[in-house]
Design a protein around this ligand. Structure first.
Ligand SMILES: [Fe+2]
Length: 324
């Protein structure tokens, strides 16, 4: 990381956050090149090449490789009405485009089909819940080039807001913000309509780097106003519900990416109940959505789990039941 980027991040983030991120990023790179440095407490199959290689061999032997690759470009648009009890009427019908896990530098057609699909959509805000890069380490120049092309397609009055995932290094933040993405690193942002507000709070990665700080992200938020929390993975659900979050938007799991018929995930790669691995869910009074991923990781293939483009439409509603 160059000195200018480091100074910018130092001015913005608590020292404990930045140093923990940088140390763990360095350890992660070491571990990728020397398996003796693997910490079992942080062992995830997603960080090792063995599984994608084995999957590739199986798909080639079963003649499923071509179809599995083509599936990664067959985007499924999912649209949901999300009733939020305390939503101000000015936000009734507010549309949030939710993208996640783009891993954009390895999208097989360079993002052509994705941009075409997005070009016809109307929405007020776009959120991206982490994992812009395909690999978990290394350079990110191609990621930024492809994100630049995507940003030309994303048009909405309240802009594009993002968070980091476990495939992203913190030094990517200035480059992503230079493209016009507002990155939230345990920070928040208010959106106003007719003197009423909803809040977006965004956490740094809770899955691998464990640098999330929900207290800091919520520090400026009026407790009486609705909050949409952006988290990379569905792994701080209890804490978020205790903070009174209204809507928890996350990704990371890819919904399994390679699934059994019916979209049943084989591997979720997240410390959460299986009913939180994909799609809509509820925990207490908090609603949530685990995105199935717009891109693919490990190997650019998908089986029984189409890539996801999601539109959440916020609605005013009466009191919701307390438990799922
Ligand atoms: Fe991830």
């Amino acid at each position: 990381m160059d000195a200018k980027t480091l100074n910018t991040l130092r001015e913005r983030l608590p020292e404990a956050h930045l140093s923990k991120r940088l140390i763990r990023q360095t350890e992660h790179v070491s571990m990728r090149f020397d398996v003796r440095k693997i910490e079992l407490s942080h062992f995830y199959w997603e960080n090792f090449d063995l599984m994608p290689k084995a999957l590739g061999v199986i798909l080639k032997l079963t003649l499923l490789m071509k179809r599995s690759c083509a599936n990664t470009l067959r985007y499924r648009l999912r649209q949901y009405d999300i009733p939020i009890e305390r939503l101000p009427p000015a936000f009734d019908g507010y549309r949030i485009l939710h993208l996640s896990d783009l891993h954009i530098d390895e999208i097989l057609d360079g993002g052509e089909q994705l941009c075409q699909t997005l070009a016809g959509l109307e929405y007020d805000l776009c959120v991206i819940t982490g994992d812009y890069r395909f690999d978990t380490y290394g350079v990110h120049e191609e990621t930024v080039v492809r994100m630049s092309r995507l940003m030309e397609t994303l048009e909405c009055p309240d802009g594009v807001v993002g968070i980091l995932g476990n495939h992203d290094f913190i030094e990517m933040v200035p480059d992503l913000e230079a493209l016009g993405i507002t990155m939230l690193l345990n920070e928040s942002l208010a959106i106003e309509r007719d003197e009423h507000r909803i809040w977006l709070a965004g956490l740094d990665d809770a899955h691998y780097y464990e640098v999330h700080d929900i207290a800091r992200a919520m520090a400026d938020i009026d407790a009486s106003e609705p909050v949409v929390l952006l988290v990379h993975s569905p792994e701080v659900i209890e804490e978020a519900e205790a903070y009174g979050i209204d809507l928890f938007l996350c990704g990371h799991t890819h919904g399994g990416q390679v699934c059994l018929p019916g979209g049943i995930p084989i591997i979720g790669n997240a410390r959460c109940p299986r009913d939180k691995l994909s799609g809509r869910w509820r925990h207490g009074r908090m609603q949530g959505y685990t995105h199935r991923g717009t891109g693919s990781s490990g190997l650019p293939v998908r089986i029984n789990c189409p890539p996801d483009i999601t539109l959440h439409c916020l609605k005013t509603s009466p009191v919701l039941s307390a438990e799922q």
